[in-house]
Each structure stands twice: as C-alpha cells, then as structure tokens.
Design a protein around this ligand. Structure first.
Ligand code: 5GP
Length: 140
C-alpha cells in the first residue's frame, strides 16, 4: 500500500504544498510541533534513509535549507530551526516514506521534540503554505 505521503503526492489526499520539483516536495505537517512545521519528502517512496539515492538526499537537504530560509523570511519570530529525520521505528519513525522535518523555533518556545502535537485546521496550514511559498522563490 502506498504511504500517506505518496497519496498526497499523487493528489489522492489533501496537503498544503510549499514546493514541488522533479525529485522532492515540501508541505506543512498536519500535526505541527510548532507553527510552520514543514516536511520535505522525496517523490520516490523508500521506507528508509539507506534506500534513498544520494542525489535525492542532496536535493532533499537543499530544499530543506531553502524552506528554512523561506520560513525565517515569512515570520521574523522564527529565530531557529530544528531538522529531524526519524529513520526506523525505534527512532520514532511513523510514516515509512523517508522525510525530513523542518521545525521552526522561537525564543522561549519551550518546545520538546518528543512532545504531543495537535492537528491543525486545513485553513491554517494553507495560510502557512501561502506565506512560505511566497518567500521560497526569493530565497537563493
Ligand atoms: P515521523 O515520526 O515518521 O518522522 O513523522 C511523520 C510525520 O508525518 C508526523 O509529524 C505527522 O504529523 C505527519 N503526518 C502524518 N500523516 C500526515 C498527513 O496526512 N499529512 C501531513 N501533511 N502530515 C502527516
């Protein structure tokens, strides 16, 4: 069965998309750890990091870097970023389609990366996607 991310990428499930190219896409996490939390996902579904072609990993990190810059440009309260990649069940991986989290951090947010996120409304996620997308094309 295809992963939820493959279903999103095929247009079979909703998502608030920030970017898509020939190798990777970025969209808002449905249950953000902080406002603006994005996932960068290869179009090719592979369960584990070791299965991902190195050139796709390069593209994944390049897009994650740009998503981070776009987040900072879109919201000046974002003063830090965490990248998180969970590879394997014991590392906390829940969706077995390799992906990189880009998690905005704000001064004094007290965020715990293992915390319990809450689902957010599609309208909020779409609003964030619009803000980030607008800045994405301006970032080097
Ligand atoms: P993992 O623990 O595998 O690194 O993280 C999976 C992430 O996927 C979680 O942060 C979860 O909120 C997110 N997620 C799960 N289902 C969906 C979905 O249908 N849409 C989106 N945008 N994110 C999802």
């Amino acid at each position: 069965m295809p992963s939820i991310f493959t279903r999103i990428l095929r247009g079979e499930a909703p998502a608030s998309i920030v970017h898509r190219d020939t190798a990777v896409a970025a969209f808002l996490d449905i249950a953000p750890l902080s406002e603006g939390h994005c996932l960068v996902v290869p179009l090719q579904e592979t369960a584990h990091l070791a299965d991902l072609p190195p050139q796709t990993l390069d593209r994944l990190t390049a897009v994650a870097q740009k998503v981070g810059s776009a987040l900072r440009a879109a919201d000046p309260t974002i003063t830090g970023l965490n990248w998180l990649l969970c590879d394997g069940k014991d590392a906390g991986q829940e969706v077995f389609h390799t992906h990189l989290h880009v998690i905005p951090r704000r001064a004094g947010d007290g965020l715990r990366l293992g915390g319990r996120p809450q689902k957010t409304s599609r309208a909020d996620l779409d609003a964030w996607a619009e803000r980030i997308t607008r800045k994405f094309s301006e970032c080097p």
